[in-house]
Structures are given as structure tokens and as C-alpha cells.
Ligand binder design. Structure first.
Ligand code: ATP
Length: 245
């Protein structure tokens, strides 16, 4: 497997707190890889470090074979990595359309207006509700619609790698169904490679090709998602809890 993203021996500290303790994982082009784990395991820290929002104490991250650790966050975006952070942050005081245009900042700056219009059209086809609400302020959308907008904004930049941090967070179960149907469609289109971090282990394993279980800053186990669903240790530690959701 040639890795699109490769993370090795990653150590990340918040002052005296060691959040990642030598973590490694790989994502190949076209894959949907899930990282599952409970509260505080280090999932968000991993995503923020890949995006260069946090600097690791040691270890390496490479994307398309090139180092990412010493690269500033805006350059990570330019290289083709889009991050949808936990808590679906949208620009509440901006319209839906303007939020999408913010995602298209790089092609707009490069004068590719026609490409951006085409990409917005593609997003409106994928997310018809965003088309209906394109002039509405993003802050007035429902939680589920805001999550869709946050994902659409990331996709407008045509990323090679999409980092999705807990897309289910704070959403009602029917909306979570909708978000996961969308993730499934993105996977089927193979337009972007996806690294998905989720506490809802069952949901994540159902859509993923492969998965890693992260526990207290370490990878405890990894494998094909279907095998993980059948793994008694994973079932006991993560899937039992999920049925309560
Ligand atoms: P959750 O699913 O609850 O979001 P997580 O797996 O994403 O959890 P992280 O947010 O990455 O976990 O946190 C990993 C560890 O680092 C936790 O022990 C957490 O308390 C600690 N941590 C996270 N952010 C900070 C911070 N800014 N300062 C100090 N410690 C932090």
C-alpha cells in the first residue's frame, strides 16, 4: 500500500499532558479510514496535528511523501487537506453561499471563478437544502444543516484528503443517519480520501474500509472495518456502549 498520509511515532504534548504517545497510522489514496476511541483518547489532537494547528513534540507526518510537520496550517490546506473540525464551525453571520465561497478561497484567489461556480453547483446538487437556503445566514440553519454546510465548505476546495472530526457530535439520531449516508456517498464517488474520527464506533465501522482504535494516545488495534466489527475486544469496549446511543 502506498500511503497518501503517513503518521509515525507521533507524540503531542499539552504542557505536561502527553495526549499522543507515539501514534502511527496510514491512509492510502481512495480509502475511508476511521479512527475510533472514547472521550479524551486523542482523536481531535491527531486531526489538529495533521492540519498543523498543533505542533508535535516528535514524530513524523507525511502527505504524498512530503513532510507536513514543519509546514504552516495554510500550506497544509494548499496541499489538499481540508479539515472539518468538531462542532461544525460555520460563519454564523455569513450566508450559506458566502460560507461556501470561503471554502473556495484558494481557487478564487487564483482567478478560477468558473471552476468555483461549477463547484458550488456541484455542492448544491449534493446538498439540495443548501441550495434552498443559500441566502440564509448560516447561524440560522439547524445543527444537521450546519454540519452539511461545514462538510460542503471543505469539499468546495476539492481536497485530496478530507479530515472529518466527529461529524455526529450533538446531532439527533435521524440527522446522524443523514450525515453517514452522505459520507457513504462521498466514499462511493471516490473523489476524496477520508480520515474519519468518531466516537460512534459502530457507525464509523459500518462505512469505513479500515479502522484504528485509539486508546490513551496509542493505537490499540487496527484492521479492515468489517473485521473490527466482529472483533470481541472492540465489541466489548466500543460497540456495547454505542447501542445505548
Ligand atoms: P473527544 O472525543 O472527547 O473529543 P478526543 O479523543 O478527541 O476526545 P482529545 O481532545 O484529542 O481527545 O484529547 C486528548 C487528551 O488531551 C485528553 O486527555 C485531553 O484532556 C487532553 N487535552 C486536549 N486538549 C487540551 C488542551 N488544550 N490542554 C490540555 N490538555 C488537553
Amino acid at each position: 500500500m502506498t500511503a497518501l498520509l503517513s503518521v509515525q511515532d507521533l507524540v503531542v504534548d499539552y504542557g505536561k499532558i502527553r495526549a499522543l504517545k507515539g501514534l502511527g497510522l496510514e491512509v492510502a489514496e481512495g480509502e475511508l479510514v476511521a479512527v475510533i476511541g472514547s472521550n479524551g483518547a486523542g482523536k481531535t489532537t491527531l486531526m489538529r496535528t495533521i492540519s498543523s494547528l498543533l505542533r508535535p513534540t516528535s514524530g513524523s507526518i507525511t502527505f504524498e511523501g512530503k513532510d507536513l510537520v514543519s509546514v504552516p496550517a495554510h500550506e497544509v490546506v494548499r496541499r489538499g487537506i481540508a479539515h472539518v473540525p468538531e462542532g461544525r464551525r460555520v460563519f454564523a453571520q455569513q450566508s450559506v453561499r458566502d460560507n461556501l465561497l470561503l471554502g473556495a478561497f484558494l481557487p478564487l484567489r487564483a482567478g478560477k471563478k468558473a471552476q468555483v461556480e461549477e463547484d458550488l453547483e456541484r455542492m448544491y446538487t449534493t446538498f439540495p437544502r443548501l441550495r434552498e437556503r443559500q441566502d440564509q445566514l448560516a447561524g440560522t440553519l439547524s445543527g444537521g444543516e450546519q454540519q452539511m454546510l461545514a462538510i460542503a465548505r471543505a469539499l468546495v476546495s476539492r481536497p485530496k484528503l478530507l479530515l472529518l472530526d466527529e461529524p455526529s457530535m450533538g446531532l439527533a439520531p435521524v440527522i446522524i443517519d443523514e450525515v453517514f449516508r452522505l459520507i457513504e456517498r462521498l466514499k462511493a464517488s471516490r473523489a476524496t480520501t477520508i480520515l474519519l474520527v468518531e466516537q460512534l464506533a459502530f457507525r464509523a465501522l459500518e462505512v469505513a474500509d479500515r479502522a484504528y482504535v485509539i486508546e490513551q494516545g496509542h493505537i490499540r488495534t487496527s484492521g479492515p472495518a468489517k473485521e473490527m466489527l466482529a472483533n470481541p475486544d472492540v465489541q466489548r469496549a466500543y460497540l456495547g456502549a454505542v447501542t445505548a446511543h
